[in-house]
Write a protein that binds this ligand. Structure first.
Ligand SMILES: CC(C)(COP(=O)(O)OP(=O)(O)OC[C@H]1O[C@@H](n2cnc3c(N)ncnc32)[C@H](O)[C@@H]1OP(=O)(O)O)[C@@H](O)C(=O)NCCC(=O)NCCS
Length: 227
């Protein structure tokens, strides 16, 4: 399934979509997969690779999955190669509960995406990881939207931390999520605006999110994306 919002292309796959064999993995990827000894982790890793390869193939307009390689950079961020050469795109990956998304954008764009199950969290979660304004926002929404608000803020933070390339090495309060709309009445059919601000050095990560019950899907980039 391919979704598009402004300049982003977002490919989504689930575990049942992943081919059983390894013929679509490169030799390096097969070796890497073998180091993932916990079956569930290996499955999710393969799902992420499959999803990313479909996204790159769709972006490049050709290339088979076996010609595409998704490697982690030294910091962990994924990078795509076609036939051993860097692909002309930036990608971000996320997998959760048998679902994966890969967001893809023009080369040089810092992007981050995330798929997260909506769940209620202990109030200490927000206190530990959210800024004061984010905590106040969660408190301000109706009770029935609080789990969504918490999940959305966490998800958007992860997007920005991936776009920055640091992930959770960075204090989650160094980025702040700006959103006002967590109504749950339109069943998530539409993409909605979101913005994450890194305070120092000051950088804005505009993006989009969408409710696909029971998941939140979010994507941000270092620049405003246009069609
Ligand atoms: C990036 C991070 C926030 C993602 O966490 P998560 O919610 O468990 O997982 P998601 O499914 O949403 O995302 C996983 C993908 O993020 C990507 N990723 C990992 N590190 C990344 C980084 N520094 N920047 C951007 N993307 C990164 C990878 O593609 C990974 O999938 P893969 O391992 O199958 O290639 C987390 O892995 C992280 O902080 N990593 C870097 C620091 C680290 O390793 N810390 C140890 C744990 S605190």
């Amino acid at each position: 399934m391919v979704d598009s919002i402004k300049g982003f292309r977002i490919v989504r796959q689930s575990l049942v979509d992943v081919p059983a064999g390894d013929e679509w993995l490169t030799a390096w990827e097969c070796d890497y997969a073998a180091t993932r000894r916990v079956p569930k982790r290996r499955e999710e890793w393969r799902l992420g690779r499959w999803t990313a390869k479909l996204a790159v193939r769709e972006w490049a307009g050709s290339a088979t999955p076996a010609e595409i390689e998704i490697r982690p950079r030294a910091d962990g961020a994924p990078e795509a190669f076609i036939g051993g050469a860097p692909a002309d795109c930036s990608i971000s990956l996320s997998h959760s509960n048998g679902q994966a998304i890969c967001a893809i954008a023009p080369c040089g764009t810092s992007i981050g995406c995330d798929i997260e199950v909506i769940e209620a969290r202990d109030p200490t979660f927000a206190a530990d990881y959210f800024t004061a304004d984010e905590c106040a926002f969660v408190e301000s929404v109706p009770e029935n939207a609080r789990a969504l608000a918490t999940t959305l803020i966490w998800s958007a933070k992860e997007c920005a931390l991936k776009a920055i390339g640091e992930g959770l090495r960075l204090d989650t309060r160094e980025v702040e999520v700006m959103t006002s709309d967590v109504t749950i009445d339109d069943a998530g059919a539409s993409w909605r605006r979101i913005e994450v601000v890194r305070w120092s050095p000051r950088t804005t990560y505009p993006g989009w999110w969408r409710l696909e019950w029971p998941f939140v899907i979010a994507v941000v980039a270092s620049v405003e994306m246009t069609d």
